[in-house]
Design a protein around this ligand. Structure first.
Ligand code: NAD
Length: 499
């Protein structure tokens, strides 16, 4: 039995039965049967059926938001806008585009070989059984979108939610059970990664994993045994760079929301704030003042901005990292402690001035409501500081000069760079999502996301009626043919091809 605990009140809010490890092989066997049936259904019909999830979700907006809120510790309205709305919007407005992206044949020009009546094209096929392993911080929108995209592409799914958010995981399964899908097309496995992780990886054709970098590396290592493909969406340490010409009022509010939404437990949260020296003092004053106004409390109470963290372990880690920061010379401007008035896992919104870019609090992911602030003088310095980090998920550049912002964006080594926005591009289903360096491998969402859940089948058609020129026998005629080939090859040295 896995208990779900409300991290704000510490009450047990529900339970699910753990999936016995010995049942996992059978789950995959059934999944393969379902996948074969599903893949035979035309793309358009698959899309028509999957998009029905929105009808189910739309009857339970408040209920789902409340489950997420109680399980993760975030305000229900935040859960709605960042999770429930995200699933409905992406399913309806983007994932149904599967027909344009995966349907049809992509013709490939073959040059010389076309003169021999040969042609090639690519069709996209399902991969098979995809195992979606989800994190606790966005337990609805992250796995649900990955499941929808996988199904649209003709795969079956075995889904493992985080053990912290089993009730949200169960609700995803229940929603999918209400629409017309083959039996066992989506199945949920409940259990800790250490128990069920290996059999899931061993059985799956592909794992789409979202979680910490350490776990992601373990999954990739295990996947090597069976050459199970992996898509890894891992940790982050997103930087926000503010230049003097930026809209400071908006940037202050963006930094505040970008760091403290979901109590800072966001892979893409603003975790490092780089301020130009000309606006440094004024920006910090405004940010601290506006952070003081945030209301932290049990998130189901009215108008709460910042809720709880997920568990004692994560809270202890945040405490430890802030302490380490102070020992290394950081100055805490606000927060820097557990909230003494609340018995759940609450850590106060915290802003720290870092001494330098090398400190652990600047380099490592804290994954809590802690913002570290640094000063910079010029573009070159800030680009170096931002890129000097093991993570590369997202970043943002703040300036009124869009061309300049774009130029800086091109120098930053992260999967996405926003100019004058923070965090939110996960919500843009048409755009690719994923990171560089220790932030992961592969891309979910967008066209590239559809490519992650499908494989290219290259078909070559030959309508040439004669034997091919390069076939045996290697006789005298063949010598002549080879001479002709040499002539052709010589003509391929075109110096001005790119001029
Ligand atoms: P986690 O790595 O602890 O757990 C993620 C999932 O992996 C859980 O379902 C867990 O049960 C499972 N798991 C653990 N060990 C496993 C194993 N050996 N085999 C298979 N599965 C295993 O991560 P978390 O604490 O749930 O999430 C927080 C982390 O996720 C942060 O680092 C955050 O930055 C990252 N994250 C990244 C993204 C992204 O899109 N890049 C999004 C959300 C969260």
């Amino acid at each position: 039995m896995i208990e779900s605990i409300n991290p704000a009140t510490l009450e047990v809010i529900g339970k699910v039965d753990e999936t016995p490890v010995e049942k996992i092989d059978e789950i995959f066997k059934n999944s393969r049967v379902a996948q074969k049936k599903w893949a035979k259904i035309p793309l358009k019909e698959r899309a028509r059926r999957v998009v029905k999830v929105n009808e189910v979700i739309s009857t339970q907006f408040d209920e789902i938001s409340l489950i997420i809120s109680q399980e993760v510790g975030k305000p229900p309205n935040e859960a709605f806008v960042s999770e429930v709305y995200g699933v409905a919007d992406s399913t309806f407005n983007y994932y149904t585009n599967v027909i344009d992206i995966l349907g049809g044949e992509e013709q490939i020009p073959l040059g010389f070989y076309e003169s021999l009546d040969k042609r090639s094209f690519i069709e996209r096929k399902p991969i098979g059984v995809i195992c979606v392993i989800g994190p606790y911080n966005y337990p609805f929108t992250i796995p649900f979108q990955q499941i929808v995209q996988s199904l649209m592409a003709g795969n079956s799914v075995v889904f493992k939610p985080s053990s912290e958010t089993v009730l949200t995981g169960k609700r995803i399964q229940e929603i999918l059970d209400e629409i017309d899908l083959p039996e066992n097309l989506v199945q949920t496995v409940y259990g800790s990664g250490s128990k069920v992780g290996n059999p899931l990886i061993d059985n799956a054709d592909k794992v789409i994993f979202t979680g910490s970098t350490a776990t992601g590396k373990r999954i990739m290592q295990r996947g090597a045994n069976t050459l199970t493909e992996v898509d890894l969406e891992l940790g982050g340490k997103s930087a926000m760079i503010v230049f003097p010409d930026a809209n400071i009022e908006r940037a202050v509010l963006a930094a505040r929301w970008g760091c403290f939404t979901n109590a800072g437990q966001v892979c893409a949260s603003v975790k490092r704030l780089y301020l130009h020296e000309k606006i440094y003092d004024a920006f910090i004053d405004k940010l601290v003042e506006s952070t003081k106004k945030l209301k932290q409390d049990i998130p189901t109470k009215p108008n709460v901005d910042v809720g709880a963290m997920i568990n004692e372990e994560q809270l202890n880690w945040v405490e430890k990292m802030v302490k380490t920061g102070i020992e290394e010379g950081a100055t805490v401007l606000i927060g820097g402690r557990r909230n003494p008035d609340l018995k759940g896992y609450f850590y106060e919104p915290t802003i720290m001035i870092a001494k330098n870019n090398e400190m652990r609090v600047v380099q490592e992911e804290i994954f809590g409501p802690v913002l570290v602030v640094l000063k910079f003088k010029d573009d070159k310095e800030v680009i170096e500081m931002v890129n000097d980090n093991q993570y590369g998920l997202t970043s943002s550049v703040w300036t009124d000069d869009i061309e300049f912002g774009k130029k800086i964006a091109e120098e930053i080594d992260t999967g996405s760079v926003m100019v004058n926005e923070v965090v939110y591009t996960f919500a843009l289903a048409p755009t690719p999502w994923g990171g560089t360096k220790n932030s992961g491998i592969g891309r979910t969402h967008g066209k590239l996301g559809f490519y992650e859940v499908s494989r290219p089948l290259h078909i070559n058609i030959d309508e040439y009626k004669e034997p091919d020129l390069w076939w045996m026998p290697y006789d005298k005629d063949y010598d002549e043919i080879i001479e002709n080939f040499k002539n052709i090859a010589s003509s391929l040295v075109v110096k001005d091809k790119y001029e």
